[in-house]
Design a binder for this molecule. Structure first.
Ligand SMILES: Nc1ncnc2c1ncn2[C@@H]1O[C@H](COP(=O)(O)OP(=O)(O)OP(=O)(O)O)[C@@H](O)[C@H]1O
Ligand SMILES: [Mg+2]
Length: 127
């Protein structure tokens, strides 16, 4: 929802959106399991000067965070820091591919180890 309480609408394949959100929430939950922490999901509409603007979805966790040297690699196929059987390293690569196919972008930010992670993706809004 936006501050003016209008729903934020995107035109996207429902299966793909579910896949993206599930991957991001799974990562966030994995990041908070060893320590107490939280996961927050927000959506907002950013209006552009022209057109209906962009819908921005943020998945933020207060978990283990990502070391700076890993950040450039997180979207690579098969990049994982999880033990065998727990992670394959496909989640973010698939998210990026799906989001870009829908005209969107995705980014990952973390101040560092132990300091949580924020993943934000944006898609063109539907007027
Ligand atoms: N929220 C997060 N907190 C900490 N590290 C993260 C987070 N999201 C992603 N990462 C890091 O990025 C790596 C790649 O994530 P990705 O989702 O692509 O693969 P995975 O979770 O390891 O395996 P899969 O998603 O295929 O089960 C993770 O192994 C982890 O090191
Ligand atoms: Mg994952």
């Amino acid at each position: 929802m936006t501050s003016d309480d209008k729903p934020t609408l995107v035109r996207a394949d429902a299966i793909m959106l579910r896949q993206v959100v599930l991957n991001l929430v799974n990562n966030a939950l994995d990041a908070v399991v060893e320590q107490s922490g939280g996961v927050e999901i927000r959506t907002r509409l950013e209006r552009g000067a022209i057109g209906p603007g962009r819908v921005i979805v943020t998945v933020r966790d207060t978990g283990r965070g990502i070391p700076a040297e890993h950040l450039p690699h997180v979207f690579e196929l098969f990049f994982t820091t999880k033990e065998a059987g727990r992670g394959v390293g496909l989640g973010l690569a698939v998210c990026q591919s799906l989001i870009e196919q829908h005209g969107g972008t995705i980014r990952v930010e973390s101040p560092g180890v132990g300091q949580g992670t924020t993943v934000e993706f944006e898609l063109p809004a539907e007027s």
